[in-house]
Write a protein that binds this ligand. Structure first.
Ligand code: SF4
Ligand code: SF4
Length: 394
């Protein structure tokens, strides 16, 4: 890699702005979610795992400013478990950097909730995978985490920020969708997002065990959520299926449910050990790690890393399979290049959800450029020396 100190103006004309950094602050997690795509080890008082070094956090933010940084995301593992979370928030406050947080809510005390609000948070999401403790804790693997998450949400609302509630959908909790929306309403949440369990990391086992929903169920559920359930609540509902299945209003978040246009061209991930990565996928796919913040300048990695350059040059035009034929690919970018790579070993592979929908004749014909053709095998887009190419076994 060359020219790590290229002037910011030159950087902006040759590569996209680095709009956002996703900080995966903790190597471990206090929960054991059966669908987790990051797959962190469970951390307890007896077993500790690395947390992002405070000095590296400060240094990365400083280096990111001239590249165009406008906001950061704190995620995990569990970000609120970072032993210096108060200091991290202080740095964001001093630097006046807007941030959002993804949390399981368990550690969100009244004091921490107030600190988050004081520090410039603009969005926070809290996971609730059931409307009762039995269901939520079956998914999340730790007794008592339901009441703790509910308390965390209440603390956030009391501090002045209404969190989004996120429910990951699976066979075990699909009957609680409506109850979950009512619970979110009663807690004062700002919106509800329904995530689909991806066949990535622990999600692979769930797909293989039949614990996830079949594509026919997912497509029809999306329709039910976006039309029937949405009309029964004031809360914006966001069902996170790919762009081809959304109305234009849902694509651009005109109804308040949140825009899903992919931001991959303006994001880099930082793992808990200080590594640069495409995103949290670097925890399980080592070839999507781009160096280390203690040794490599962020500008050098952002401008010159071959995988980032490959993605910039190839997305969306080199997408293959159903994504190559889809009229939405310019904004959807294949939904998630990290997950597509995890499954196939190719950056350009079609997304599993849309591939499965097409196989069942459920893919919307109006979102195809031309009549359906057989997908070519995704030979291009493989990275040098991939250590593993994953398959969901489906
Ligand atoms: S889904 Fe989130 S809370 Fe659950 S194990 Fe993974 S990182 Fe932890
Ligand atoms: S086919 Fe690909 S580009 Fe089109 S909506 Fe699905 S994931 Fe997105």
């Amino acid at each position: 890699m060359t020219n790590p100190l290229a002037p910011a103006e030159n950087i902006r004309t040759s590569v996209p702005r680095l709009e956002s950094i996703y900080f995966y602050l903790t190597g471990g997690c206090n929960l054991r979610c059966r669908h987790c795509w990051i797959e962190p080890p469970h951390q307890s008082s007896k077993r500790q795992y690395p947390d992002l070094d405070l000095g590296l956090f400060r240094q990365i933010l400083k280096q990111a400013r001239p590249l165009g940084l406008s906001s950061v995301k704190l995620t995990g593992g569990e970000p609120l478990m970072h032993p210096r979370i108060g200091d991290l928030l202080g740095i964001l406050r001093d630097e006046k950097i807007r941030f959002n947080v993804e949390t399981n809510g368990v550690l969100c005390t009244p004091g921490l909730a107030r600190d988050l609000v004081r520090s410039g948070i603009f969005h926070i999401s809290v996971s609730l995978d059931g409307a009762d403790a039995g269901t939520h804790e079956w998914v999340r693997g730790v007794e008592g985490c339901f009441d703790a998450a509910i308390a965390g949400i209440r603390n956030l609302v009391a501090a002045g920020i209404r969190p989004q509630v996120i429910m990951s959908l699976m066979r075990r909790n699909v009957g609680q969708i409506e109850a979950l929306v009512r619970l979110a309403e009663s807690l004062g949440a700002s919106s509800v997002k329904f995530n689909i369990v991806q066949p990535t990391a622990r999600g692979v086992k769930m797909h293989q065990a039949g614990e996830t929903l079949a594509i026919e169920e997912l497509v029809s559920l999306g329709d039910r959520v976006e039309h029937l359930l949405s009309s029964s609540t004031m809360l914006p509902l966001n069902y996170s299926h790919p762009a081809a299945f959304r109305s234009l209003g849902k694509l651009y978040g005109q109804d308040g449910s949140g825009c899903i246009v992919c931001g991959i061209h303006g994001i880099i991930g930082i793992l808990a050990d200080g590594s640069y990565a495409l995103c949290g996928i670097g925890e399980t796919v080592r070839e999507l790690i781009f160096g280390h913040s203690a040794q490599d300048a962020l500008a050098d990695v952002w401008v010159n890393h071959p995988v980032l350059r490959e993605i910039r040059g190839g997305l969306p035009n080199r997408l293959e399979g159903i994504c190559g034929e889809c009229v939405m690919k310019g904004i959807c970018l294949g939904s998630c290049v990290a997950q597509n790579y995890y499954r196939s070993g190719s950056l350009w592979a079609g997304h599993w959800y849309c591939e499965e929908a097409r196989a069942k004749n459920l893919f919307p014909a109006t979102r195809l450029k031309s009549p359906v053709k057989g997908a070519e095998p995704a030979a291009a887009g493989r990275l040098d020396n991939p250590q593993k190419a994953h398959s969901s076994g489906q």
